[in-house]
Design a protein. Structure first.
Length: 273
């Protein structure tokens, strides 16, 4: 189904995450003439995507019509600098859709006109291949139609779940927003362990990448829980069991990930203050 919006889309910030979303939307058939980019220095791959589709760029004041959706994809630390240029573009039919980690709906309301429609969301970079996991929360002023429009944009690049409790977004950020980085690190660690055990670099990388990819696809297709899938490849007193004894023991992966998630949640809450 082709992605269509009621009005123009202004993407403020076309970095890694903004670019991933843009790539996903274009793949779903979003008309590039309805998209406008406000970013002074997008990374080369995103700049090439913008140029290839001849998407309009420049200052937000140059937007030819009031946008239907303003998607805020800049770093949380610069949101306060960006919002003054966004505020004049917020009309009655405009919804601001944020993907900035840690920045609350209330923090946007302080900079935007009273009664502005604001949706806070947290996708991840798998949006560029249509497999994002996004959680969203709507502010009090968001209408049903505006929520549906935001849902279309987010659903075009993967799964979407809506929550009423905005505080959950800090944990969501730590799990699924940051999650791809954890998986990539796991892949790095597998490859490095293989090299230390005697494999050449190319083979170690190939094995690590293919293993993570295959395990993810099996997890996607299977109705079994991760614990059941793990048990299925673990023979008693076998090689997998020997490795898992280390990973699941004291100071193992469970504890390490719990500490990592707690650190990410703490940082997300710091960004909101």
């Amino acid at each position: 189904m082709t992605l269509r919006l009621a009005g123009p889309l202004l993407l403020v910030g076309a970095g890694k995450m903004g670019g991933a979303l843009l790539e996903g939307w274009l793949r779903q058939g979003l008309d590039p003439t309805r998209v406008f980019i406000c970013d002074p220095n997008p990374p080369p791959e995103v700049a090439a995507l913008i140029a290839r589709h001849r998407i309009g760029t420049g200052a937000s004041a140059e937007l030819p019509a009031r946008p239907s959706v303003i998607l805020l994809a800049v770093k949380p630390q610069v949101i306060d600098e960006v919002l003054p240029s966004v505020a004049p573009l917020m009309g009655k039919q405009t919804v601001a859709l944020s993907i900035a980690a840690g920045r609350t709906i209330a923090s946007f309301q302080r900079h935007l006109p009273e009664g502005s429609a604001i949706v806070r969301s947290m996708p991840n970079t798998a949006a560029s291949v249509g497999h994002s996991m996004t959680v969203a929360c709507a502010g009090a002023a968001v209408t049903r139609d505006q929520a549906l429009e935001c849902n279309m944009l987010l659903e075009a690049v993967g799964q979407v779940v809506w929550v009423d409790d905005e505080s959950l977004l800090d944990v969501v950020t730590a799990i699924s927003g940051n999650g791809p980085a954890y998986v990539y690190l796991l892949t790095e660690c597998l490859a490095e362990a293989g090299r230390k055990a005697g494999l050449d670099s190319d083979l170690a990388n190939q094995l690590a990448r293919a293993t993570v990819e295959g395990a993810g696809e099996l997890l996607r297709r299977s109705d079994l829980s991760p614990a059941e899938l793990r048990a299925n490849v673990t023979s008693p007193k076998g090689t997998t069991a020997a490795a898992l004894e280390v990973l699941m023991g004291k100071n193992g992966l469970y504890e390490l990930l719990s500490r990592a998630i707690a650190a990410a949640v703490k940082r997300s809450r710091e960004l909101s203050s």
